[in-house]
Design a protein around this ligand. Structure first.
Ligand code: MN
Length: 449
């Protein structure tokens, strides 16, 4: 698979996954509203966006199926292939300036020319403080090791050349603190308009010191090609549409937010990091990508890597686990359903403990048997209705670490709930069997209508 956004867009359109919007839309709420109404069945390509010459795409891979297809995989193959990519990295290929000219360098804006206002950045939700960049790969290098880190953060547009950034206590933040301790800014490059596989690999649950582009390389089956930036000592994917170069300023914090986030609540306004932009480079008629917060595109980018990590960990303690689903209604963070081919008494509870251990964000875990489709919430609720006795099957752990964005938590301190919705191992299984109309799976309705 070529890691090229434009090639995937052509294919997504051919597969009927992408709608083209020719009418002009406003980037203030209107674009997000139309994109949200089309997802998860369709992504949207907006040809004309008011106030900018640049078209906008959203919902690059708006469903689990589309996400898998963009990498040439089936939904079933995705978690194992993702875990494989985590352990078998593919080094990137860095191109020299002489290998150019590069399309992404067709326009190079520096100094006074820098103007974030050329971008069709969107105001998504009603109470958002400003227009935000939501789909930029954020590339930095550890000042101590020189190893690259790739992630996604939200960026508030403050003025022509300044961005706010929410750096949660993860790798970019950790790396920035090392630079800040030395009194130095941290150079940063934001790459907009990249292939879904690069977005997905940037969300991998991995240790500091792994270059997420090397995960993407394995996922796509070829090294990711990078080109040097103009004003910072960093490299960006050669096949991207727009690059913003700059530095995160040391000892500077400014208010950022509120911003509508993945759990469908607003993250509060608070003092946060500031990026000074030193250059913008882009293609001729570039494509700008926005991820609508809390859309399926957003949720799955977080959910799929988390499912892969959970599956690996849960299988270590409970090998009979078949698959896991971290569900969208829980923001692809809080709720997990585990499918287990239970052989021994108590296995389901062990699987639940391992699921809690896979991420502090996991709050409620349900385990079901292999006759339940864990991607079908109706079927999971059916198992809750028919296979659970609360006094026996439900347990609570109080006062664990959760997620601060959960408004029901005490500033991130949260209870955890486990539900064993499996048939007891020693029960008479016939009583739990689902009804079935014999031969229904062979009926073709068009033969009758
Ligand atoms: Mn990382």
């Amino acid at each position: 698979m070529k890691p090229i956004l434009r090639e995937w867009l052509t294919e997504a359109e051919a597969r009927g996954l992408m709608k083209r919007v020719r009418r002009e839309v406003s980037p203030i709420h209107e674009l997000a509203a139309v994109g949200k109404l089309l997802e998860p069945q369709y992504g949207a390509f907006f040809e004309r966006v008011a106030g900018s010459a640049i078209p906008v795409v959203t919902g690059l891979a708006a469903s689990r199926e589309a996400m898998a297809q963009s990498i040439g995989l089936s939904v079933r193959e995705l978690p194992d292939r993702f875990n494989d990519a985590l352990t078998r990295l593919t080094p990137c290929k860095t191109l020299n300036r002489e290998d150019g000219p590069f399309a992404v360098k067709a326009h190079i804006l520096t100094g006074e020319q820098v103007d974030l206002g050329i971008l069709p950045a969107c105001l998504h939700h009603e109470k958002d403080s400003a227009r935000y960049l939501t789909a930029a790969l954020c590339i930095v290098k550890d000042p101590e090791t020189g190893i690259r880190n790739v992630s996604i953060h939200r960026h508030e547009i403050k003025d022509r050349s300044h961005l706010g950034a929410l750096l949660l206590p993860r790798h970019t933040n950790q790396i920035f603190r090392r630079a800040e301790a030395l009194g130095r800014p941290l150079e940063i490059a934001l790459a907009i308009g990249v292939h879904p596989a690069l977005l997905l690999s940037s969300q991998a649950t991995t240790r500091l010191g792994v270059d997420e582009f090397e995960i993407g390389g394995t996922l796509l089956g070829e090294p990711i090609e990078l080109v040097p930036c103009e004003t910072v000592d960093l490299e960006v994917p050669v096949e991207c549409e727009i690059v913003i170069e700059g530095r995160i300023l040391p000892n500077v914090r400014e208010n950022e937010g509120p911003f509508g986030e993945y759990p469908r609540t607003y993250g509060p306004r608070a003092p946060r990091h500031v990026i000074e932009v030193t250059a913008i480079t882009h293609r001729d008629t570039p494509i700008y990508h926005t991820i609508i917060p809390a859309s399926m595109e957003h949720l799955l980018l977080g959910g799929i890597p988390r499912e892969a990590a959970m599956l690996q960990l849960v299988r270590q303690t409970t090998p009979n686990v078949k698959s896991v689903h971290i569900t969208p209604a829980g923001g692809c963070r809080y709720h997990a359903v585990i499918q287990l081919d239970q052989q021994y008494k108590g296995e389901a509870k062990n699987a639940i403990f391992a699921a809690f251990a896979s991420s502090s964000e996991i709050k409620h875990v349900t385990v079901v048997d292999t006759d339940i489709d864990i991607f079908d919430t109706q079927d999971v609720e059916w198992a809750l209705a028919n296979r659970v006795q609360a006094g026996r099957d439900v347990f609570v752990v109080t006062g664990a670490m959760g997620n601060k964005l959960d408004p029901s938590s005490a500033d991130g301190v949260s209870d955890k709930l486990g539900i064993d919705a499996t048939i007891p191992v020693d029960a008479e299984r016939g009583r739990f069997q689902k009804i079935h109309i014999a031969g229904m799976e062979n009926i073709r309705l068009e033969d009758y209508l």
